[in-house]
Design a protein around this ligand. Structure first.
Ligand code: BTN
Length: 250
């Protein structure tokens, strides 16, 4: 584990190491980041007081690469549950408290000679500082301090998160159904609701219907067809539910 007072980005630091210098399970932790990276090309504001860590993971098995983001979300949500935080997951792995974002997860993979070589899991948890909302299209942020009136010690949360990451990563290979079930039980209750799916190139609307075996999101299109979303961001549209029922299929 490598600890820093300040880094541009813990994930960028791990990626910049020479091949072989960051074997699986190398961890980078920083008290603050000057160029923290978020999903969808966003910046992840990284003031002192929150948790920023990245870990290099063994390449996921070819059978379930789409479940890795879900397993990471479950790991963070379950770690925070140890502090009584009722966190819920928004696909694929935004960690929400109510409708606001408490933690974010970024998975970056690199390949060598055509084979997936290195996967870097970056985790940011807002503990004592709520970052400003810079992109109005993004989920509004919160922190444990703001929402619960207390912020646990950064190192304790980091240790709990890493412990859960190790456990859920192990389940990816031999218990993928357990990963899906845990994710569904922790998921935000947006099933059967109208959502907008955004990718850098497109935005379109549909109704959230469930999770595929591979970890994609099943979305019903306006013409009734079901499609599987494997990348992008989901935003809830504030409308009445489209049909009754609350459980995702599958
Ligand atoms: C998101 O946009 O939801 C993902 C945010 C991920 C932030 C973490 S903080 C530690 C690691 N280093 C980074 O630069 N980003 C990730």
């Amino acid at each position: 584990m490598h600890c820093f007072e300040e880094l541009e980005s813990t994930s960028a630091w791990l990626r910049s190491r020479e091949r072989g210098a960051t074997p699986a399970w190398t961890v980078a932790w920083a008290a603050t980041q000057t160029r923290g990276r978020g999903r969808q090309g966003r910046t992840w504001q990284s003031p002192r007081g929150n948790l920023y860590l990245s870990v290099s993971l063994p390449a996921p098995s070819a059978s379930a690469p789409g479940l890795l983001p879900l397993a990471a979300g479950v790991a963070v949500a379950q770690a925070l549950a140890g502090w009584g935080v009722p966190a819920r997951l928004k696909w694929p792995n935004d960690v929400l408290l109510g409708d606001r974002k408490l933690a974010g997860i970024l998975i970056e993979a690199s390949s060598y000679g055509g084979a997936l070589e290195q996967v870097i899991l970056g985790i940011g948890v807002n503990l004592s500082v709520t970052p400003r909302l810079e992109d109005p299209g993004a989920q509004a942020p919160t922190s444990m301090e703001e929402s619960l009136g207390r912020a646990p010690d950064v190192a304790s949360v980091g240790a709990a998160v890493l412990k859960q990451v190790v456990q859920w990563h192990a389940r990816l290979a031999d218990q993928p159904a357990a990963v899906r079930a845990a994710w569904r039980s922790l998921s935000a209750d947006w099933w059967d609701e109208a959502v907008e799916i955004r990718t850098p190139a497109h935005a379109w609307e549909g109704v959230l219907r469930g999770l595929s075996d591979e970890g994609g999101l099943l979305v019903e299109l306006p013409d009734g067809r079901l499609t599987t979303v494997t990348a992008g961001e989901v935003l809830r549209l504030r409308r009445a539910p489209v049909s009754s029922g609350g459980n995702p299929p599958g």
